[in-house]
Design a protein around this ligand. Structure first.
Ligand code: CO8
Length: 260
């Protein structure tokens, strides 16, 4: 399938625009993650592409994070396949040789925040109603070590620890203060700003920038590569617990109740 993510490459600038378009909330389902990884791989292998801007085609939501229904009442085989797809997406995005800019034009909890944190630069729409953060603890679940590594590499240990323990969702102005995003701009200026930032990063020679990126990120990438199967086993044993299933079901019910 090829319909949850729109990808458009501008050959003259070498910049691809990737827009999440999976209503209602761009949740990261197995299908979405698979398409995301394939799209990244295609761009990575395309010599005409040097950078990618990641944004949402939906109003108000960047991505609601991992699709919770993929983690509820499914088989071990399904959990295995799903978690491998989450890992694959992160390994490709965090380890990308391309310049990656997140134009966060809506709320971005949990896995949505991970996507943004995995990019080289984050610009967020300056709307205090939009929030971002690794809120796993609020769902009664624990962010895996490589989610933790990713946020530590962006904001440092202390801010990461407090934010992870509290499962905080930070409104845009606070996210800027903490360094979770690099800048805020009015929503209508978001794309223009993302293009300007991209041009600035692409003004450097690719080779030096890529080696520098690898130097900064390799230890964290290698840690997951070395412990991938163990990480899948951990996920399965965690998500298979009846107490965790109950927490996830209650959270889904809370989301539905909040509506009416
Ligand atoms: N997965 C599945 N369905 C979702 C998700 C999700 N992450 N988020 C929202 N939905 C569903 C809602 O249930 C609702 O369904 P329905 O229409 O059937 O009632 C529909 O999408 C629309 O949602 P809302 O009505 O809530 O839409 P709003 O615009 O009011 O709000 C938000 C959008 C802010 C995104 C809100 O839906 C929200 O806060 N969602 C939850 C986000 C969240 O907490 N995600 C965490 C996922 S866990 C994760 O990403 C990492 C886990 C890693 C650790 C694993 C170890 C076990």
């Amino acid at each position: 399938s090829n319909n949850k993510i729109q990808v458009e490459l501008d050959e003259s600038s070498g910049v691809a625009m990737m827009k999440f378009k999976s209503p209602p909330v761009n949740s990261l389902s197995l299908e979405f993650l698979t398409e995301f990884s394939i799209s990244l791989e295609k761009l990575e292998n395309n010599r005409a592409c040097r950078g990618v801007i990641i944004t949402s085609a939906l109003p108000k939501i960047f991505s609601s994070g991992l699709d919770i229904t993929e983690m509820c009442g499914k088989s071990i085989e399904h959990y295995t396949e799903f978690w491998r797809a989450v890992q694959e997406m992160w390994l490709r995005l965090y380890g990308s040789n391309m310049v990656t800019v997140a134009a966060v034009n809506g709320s971005s909890p949990a896995g949505g925040c991970l996507v943004a944190l995995s990019c080289d630069y984050r610009i967020m729409a300056e709307n205090p109603k939009f929030s971002i953060g690794l809120n796993e603890a609020q769902l009664g679940i624990v962010a895996p070590f490589w989610f933790k590594d990713t946020i530590v590499n962006v904001v440092g240990h202390r801010i990461a620890e407090r934010s992870l323990q509290l499962g905080s969702l930070h409104p845009a102005p606070e996210a800027l203060r903490l360094g979770l995003v690099d800048e805020l701009v009015p929503e209508e200026k978001l794309m223009e700003k993302a293009a300007a930032v991209m041009a600035q990063w692409l003004a450097l020679p690719d080779h030096a920038r890529q080696l520098t990126k690898t130097m900064m990120r390799k230890a964290v990438l290698d840690r997951l590569v070395a412990h991938r199967e163990e990480d899948i086993k951990n996920f399965i044993s965690f998500v298979s617990k009846e107490s965790i299933q109950k927490s996830l079901r209650m959270y889904m019910e809370m989301l539905k109740k909040r509506k009416s």
